[in-house]
Design a protein around this ligand. Structure first.
Ligand code: PMP
Length: 364
C-alpha cells in the first residue's frame, strides 16, 4: 500500500472551488513550433543576458537573501520608462498576479467583476478564487469589446472592470473616444483596469494611452507586462500604474517578495533595451499583416489584430483545427466552446510559414 491510498478525503475544500477550472496554459510539445502563448520567438538580447548573468554571478551569491520587497530599483526604472512618479507604480509576479491582487483589493464576497467575453481567461478564474462574481459581456459581431453594453451592465455590486485592449484573444482594440465616453458613464467608485499586455504591438492611432488615463482619473489603472514585448515571460514581471491609494491597496494584498531578485535585474535591463527591441516589434507587426492577409485569402475570417497574435473564430471547430496544426508540428491555442476559436501567436517568418501551410491544408 502506498501512503496516498490510505488517505481519506476529510479536508474541507472551499465549495466555491468545485466548479473552478485550473488555468490551462498553452502547451509546449517537444520538436513542435509553439505559437500558443503569445511569447516573442526572438533570442534573448545580449544586454539582457549579460544583466541576468551579472545579477546571479558565477557563484550565484546573494540568492540566500530575500529580494527587495518594494523592488525600488525596478520601480525607479519603470518610473522613468512611463514618466510617472514611483508612488503610482507597483510591480508584480507577472501581470496575472496583479489581476488577482486587483480582485482581492476591490471585491468582497459576492461583488462583481466585469469583462468582455471572450477576453483573458484568467479574469474569471481570479474572480471566482476571491469569492466574487464574473459578469461577462459578449463582444460584438466584429469580436470587439462592447463598451456601451458594458456600461449598461454596471450594477451597485460592480467593483472592477477589465478593459483588455488589444483584447486577448480577439486582437481588437477600443478607441480613445469610446473609452472616454465609457469612463464618463461608469461610477467613479468602480475601478477600470486598462489591460495593455499587448500595447507595444498596437499601431492604431485612435488607441487610448492607459497610463495617461490612469494618471488623470483615480479610478483608472493601466496594467502592463514584460512577458510579451520585453521577452521576459519566464521571469514573471508585470506592473500597474494607477492612483497611489489603489497602488497601496495592491501592495497590501501582494504575496511578500513577489518579484524575485533575478527578475528585478532582468526587467531593468530589458526596459533599457527598448530601442533594440523595437525593430522586433516592427517585424511582428508586419508579419501579423502578412499572416492575416494569407489566412483571409485562404477563406478564414480574421478580425484585424493589434496584438502579437491573430484570432480565428472557428467556434466548435477550434479543437479540430488545433489538432490538425499539431499533426503538422505547430501548436496553437484552441478555446473549444460556443464563443471559442483559435488564437495563433505571430512567430518568426519561418514559423508563420509552417503555420500557414497547416492552415491552408485544413478542410474549412
Ligand atoms: N493580461 C493579458 C491580457 C494577457 O494576455 C496576459 C498573458 N496571457 C496577462 C495579462 C498576464 O501576463 P503575465 O502574467 O505574463 O504578465
Amino acid at each position: 500500500r502506498t501512503r496516498s491510498s490510505r488517505l481519506t478525503m476529510t479536508v474541507q475544500i472551499r465549495p466555491a472551488l468545485d466548479s473552478l477550472p485550473a488555468y490551462a496554459p498553452g502547451r509546449t510539445v517537444p520538436g513542435a513550433i509553439k505559437l500558443a502563448s503569445n511569447e516573442l520567438s526572438f533570442p534573448t538580447l545580449p544586454a539582457v543576458s549579460a544583466a541576468i548573468l551579472g545579477a546571479i554571478g558565477a557563484d550565484a551569491s546573494g540568492i540566500n537573501r530575500y529580494p527587495d520587497n518594494g523592488a525600488q530599483a525596478l520601480i525607479a526604472a519603470l518610473s522613468t520608462h512611463v514618466g510617472v512618479d514611483p508612488s503610482h507604480i507597483i510591480a508584480g509576479c507577472g501581470s496575472v498576479a496583479l489581476c488577482q491582487q486587483l480582485v482581492q483589493a476591490t471585491c468582497s464576497e459576492g461583488d462583481e467583476v466585469m469583462f468582455g467575453w471572450r477576453s483573458f481567461e484568467a479574469y474569471p478564474i481570479v474572480t471566482q478564487i476571491a469569492g466574487a462574481v464574473s459578469r461577462r459581456v459578449p463582444v460584438t459581431a466584429q469580436h470587439a469589446l462592447d463598451l456601451p453594453a458594458m456600461a449598461a451592465a454596471v450594477t451597485p455590486r460592480t467593483r472592477l472592470i477589465y478593459i483588455c485592449t488589444p483584447n486577448n484573444p480577439t486582437g481588437t482594440v477600443v478607441h480613445q473616444q469610446e473609452l472616454l465616453a465609457f469612463l464618463d458613464a461608469v461610477p467613479e467608485n468602480v475601478l477600470v483596469v486598462v489591460d495593455e499586455a499587448y500595447g507595444e504591438f498596437d499601431t492604431d492611432p485612435d488607441s487610448p494611452d492607459g497610463v495617461a488615463l490612469a494618471t488623470s482619473r483615480p479610478n483608472v489603472l493601466s496594467l502592463r507586462t514584460l512577458s510579451k514585448a520585453y521577452q521576459l515571460a519566464g521571469l514573471r514581471v508585470g506592473y500597474a500604474v494607477g492612483d497611489p491609494a489603489v497602488i497601496t491597496a495592491l501592495a497590501k494584498v501582494a504575496i511578500p517578495f513577489a518579484v524575485n531578485s533575478l527578475a528585478q535585474q532582468a526587467a531593468i535591463a530589458a526596459l533599457g533595451a527598448r530601442d533594440e527591441l523595437k525593430p522586433r516589434w516592427q517585424q511582428v507587426i508586419s508579419e501579423r499583416s502578412r499572416v492575416t492577409d494569407a489566412l483571409r485569402a485562404a477563406g478564414y475570417e480574421v478580425p484585424t489584430s493589434q496584438a502579437n497574435f491573430v484570432w480565428l473564430p472557428l467556434r466548435e471547430r477550434a479543437a479540430a483545427f488545433a489538432a490538425h496544426t499539431e499533426a503538422n508540428k505547430v501548436i496553437v491555442r484552441p478555446f473549444s466552446d460556443a464563443t471559442g476559436g483559435v488564437r495563433v501567436t505571430i512567430g518568426s517568418p519561418a514559423e508563420n510559414d509552417a503555420f500557414l501551410d497547416a492552415a491552408r491544408s485544413f478542410a474549412l
